[in-house]
Design a protein around this ligand. Structure first.
Ligand code: NOJ
Length: 548
C-alpha cells in the first residue's frame, strides 16, 4: 500500500470548468493550453489542487458529463500531449490535478452503448439497463429522471425495448451488477492515476448501484425510484473494492458527489474507505422553497449555516463549498449584491475558508462573479434548465417565458458556467473575440481578474489573503470545530488546535449588530479595517480572532 500524503486535508481545491476557463486558440471554447497559461494565476491565488470538470470526448449534451471515451481528451480541449504538459507544469508549481469521474452513465455515443444496441446477443447489452417495456407504450417502470420526465427512453432500432437514463436521455446508466463494468472502471482509474493525476471527483457516485427495477409507489413528487438506487449497500462494496484493488497503490484522493445522504451514510463512506470526503447538499436549499425547490425563497442564513455545521460535526472530514458548476453564484444567493457586494462576498470567503474540511472554490468565485443580469431561454445551453422549463410549462400551464423565468432564478446552471472574466477587453479576455459557446456575462467590465489584482481592497485580493492565512494556519487546517451562536444574523464558531483557539464571527446581515463577546480577543484577519474594539459589528462583518 502506497503511503498517503493526505494533501487533500492541507490544500485548498479550485474547480475549473474547462469550457469556460481560458480559450487559447480563439475557437470559443476554453482548453487545456488555456488552463496551463493560467497556472501562475492559480499558484498566486494559493490553491493546491485543481479539479477539472470532464475533459473527455463527449457530444457535450450535458457538457462533458456524457462521456463517449474515458481514456482520451476531447479535441475541443486539446490533446493528450496538452494534458501531460498540464500535469507537468502543475506539478512544477506543486499543484495536483483531480479528474471528474462520471461512471453512473456513459453517453449513448460511447462504443459500449452503440454495440449494446447493435445486435441482440452481445456482451455490451448487459453493460446497461436495456429492458423490455411493460407493453408497447409503457416503459419498464415509473423511474423519474433527475432532469424531470421518465428515466426510460425507447431504443430506436430495438422495438419494445427501453434504456434507463437517470439524467438526460443521451446519458445511459451503467449496470454495476455486471463484473465487466466494474473492471472497466478499474482500468479507467488506473489509466489516469498512471498518468499522474492525484484523484477523482466522483459524479453522482451514490447512485451507481440499482437494487430493483420495480415501480416506486412512494408518495413523492420527483425522483421516483430513488429508494432503489440511492446509497445502496452494493455501492459501498464497489467503492471499497476500487480502493483495495486500485487506489491503494497510489497516493490518491476521492471526493464524492453524494446527494440525499444521511450522516450515517457519510460516516460509512469514510470509515469503509469508499471516499476520502464528499459533498453534502442540505445547505444548498437555503434560498429555495422547501417543498418546491424550483421556487426561490428569501435567504435565512440559519438554513445555510446549520446544515453545514451539522455535517462538519457529524463526519470525520467534509468537502466544504458554496459554489460549483451546478449552482447559481453564491453572492447572488447568500450575499447582498445591491448594498454590500464586496463585504458580503468577502464574508463568504472567510466563512468557507475558516471551516473544518477541504474547501472547494469554483472558478470566478474568487472574483465575486455574479449571475447574468439578462438571460433568456434562447441563450440557454443547460440541458437540465431546458428540460425543467418544459416540465414546468406543462405542469403549471405557464408560457415558456414564465416557466423559464422560474427556472432561471433558481436552477439555471449557465449562470455559473459562462466564460471567466480575465480583463476588460473583448469577451472579458477569455479569448480574442470569437463567439463563445455560451454567452459572455457583460459584468466583465467591472468584475475581472486584472482589475482586481491591482486593487488592494478587491474580492480577489481578499481570497488570496484568506487562502494564505489558511495555508499557514494549523488551527484552520487541522483544528477541531465547535459552533456557538447561530441566528439569522450573528454566527460564531471556534476552531482549536493544540493549545490555540480561534473564534470566527460573522454578521450575516445588513444591520449593525451589538456583540460584546470580543473583548480581549486579538483580531487576526477580517473584511473590515481593524477597530479599537468590536462592540458592534458592521454589516456583513467577518473576522477571525485569537482567543487569549
Ligand atoms: C452531477 C454533475 O455535477 C452535473 O453537472 C451533471 O449534469 C450530473 N451529475 C449528471 O452527470
Amino acid at each position: 500500500m502506497k503511503t498517503q500524503s493526505n494533501d487533500f486535508k492541507k490544500r485548498v481545491v479550485y474547480q475549473i470548468y474547462p469550457a469556460s476557463f481560458k480559450d487559447s486558440n480563439n475557437d470559443g471554447w476554453g482548453d487545456l493550453k488555456g488552463i496551463i497559461s493560467k497556472l501562475d494565476y492559480l499558484k498566486d491565488l494559493g490553491v493546491g489542487i485543481l479539479w477539472l470538470s470532464p475533459i473527455y470526448p463527449s457530444p457535450m449534451d450535458d457538457m462533458g458529463y456524457d462521456i463517449s471515451d474515458y481514456k482520451n481528451i476531447n479535441p475541443r480541449f486539446g490533446t493528450m500531449d496538452d494534458f501531460d504538459e498540464l500535469i507537468k507544469e502543475a506539478s512544477k508549481r506543486d499543484i495536483r490535478i483531480v479528474m471528474d469521474l462520471v461512471i453512473n452513465h456513459t453517453s449513448t455515443d460511447h462504443e459500449w452503448f452503440k454495440k449494446a444496441i447493435e445486435t441482440p446477443e452481445n456482451k455490451y447489452r448487459n453493460y446497461y439497463y436495456i429492458k423490455k417495456g411493460k407493453n408497447s407504450k409503457k416503459p419498464p417502470n415509473n423511474r423519474d429522471s433527475m432532469f424531470t420526465g421518465s428515466a426510460w427512453k425507447k431504443v430506436d432500432n430495438l422495438p419494445g425495448y427501453y434504456y434507463m437514463h437517470l439524467f438526460c436521455d443521451t446519458q445511459a446508466d451503467l449496470n454495476y451488477h455486471n463484473e465487466e463494468v466494474i473492471k472497466e472502471v478499474e482500468s479507467i482509474l488506473k489509466f489516469w492515476l498512471d498518468k499522474g493525476v492525484y484523484g477523482f471527483r466522483c459524479d453522482v457516485i451514490n447512485h451507481i448501484y440499482k437494487t430493483s427495477l420495480k415501480d416506486d409507489h412512494s408518495r413523492i413528487l420527483y425522483n421516483r425510484g430513488i429508494k432503489y438506487y440511492g446509497t445502496q449497500d452494493g455501492m459501498f462494496k464497489i467503492l471499497t473494492r476500487f480502493r483495495t484493488e486500485v487506489l491503494d497503490n497510489y497516493d490518491t484522493f476521492l471526493v464524492g458527489e453524494t446527494g440525499n445522504i444521511t450522516i450515517e451514510d457519510g460516516n460509512r463512506f469514510i470509515n469503509e474507505r469508499c471516499l476520502d470526503t464528499f459533498f453534502e447538499f442540505d445547505h444548498s436549499g437555503a434560498d429555495k422553497n422547501k417543498f418546491i425547490p424550483i421556487l426561490k425563497a428569501k435567504l435565512k442564513p440559519k438554513r445555510l449555516v446549520k446544515p453545514i455545521f451539522k455535517w462538519i460535526k457529524g463526519v470525520p472530514w467534509l468537502g466544504v463549498y458554496l459554489e460549483n458548476h451546478d449552482q447559481l453564484r453564491s453572492v447572488n444567493r447568500y450575499g447582498n449584491v445591491d448594498k454590500y457586494y464586496k463585504e458580503s462576498a468577502k464574508l463568504l470567503a472567510l466563512f468557507l475558508l475558516s471551516l473544518k474540511g477541504t474547501p472547494f472554490i469554483y472558478q470566478g468565485e474568487e472574483l465575486g462573479c455574479l449571475n447574468y443580469r439578462e438571460f433568456s431561454m434562447s441563450d440557454c445551453k443547460d440541458i437540465a434548465a431546458i428540460t425543467a422549463t418544459k416540465t414546468v410549462e406543462r405542469l403549471l400551464k405557464l408560457s415558456e417565458k414564465k416557466a423559464f423565468k422560474l427556472v432561471n432564478e433558481t436552477t439555471n446552471r449557465d449562470h455559473a458556467r459562462n466564460p471567466m472574466p480575465w480583463n476588460k477587453s473583448v469577451n472579458g479576455g477569455f479569448n480574442e473575440g470569437h463567439e463563445t459557446w455560451l454567452k459572455v456575462n457583460d459584468l466583465y467590465q467591472t468584475i475581472n481578474a486584472e482589475d482586481e489584482e491591482k486593487d488592494p481592497d478587491s474580492i480577489l485580493n481578499f481570497y488570496k489573503k484568506m487562502i494564505k492565512f489558511r495555508n499557514e494556519s494549523d488551527v484552520l487546517k487541522f483544528g477541531d470545530f465547535k459552533d456557538e451562536i447561530v441566528t439569522n444574523k450573528l454566527i460564531t464558531y471556534y476552531r482549536t488546535y493544540q493549545n490555540k483557539t480561534y473564534q470566527i464571527v460573522l454578521n450575516f446581515s445588513d444591520k449593525i449588530i451589538k456583540y460584546c463577546g470580543l473583548l480581549n480577543l486579538k483580531l487576526l484577519i477580517s473584511n473590515y479595517e481593524a477597530q479599537e474594539n468590536f462592540k458592534t459589528l458592521p454589516p456583513y462583518f467577518a473576522g477571525i480572532f485569537e482567543v487569549i
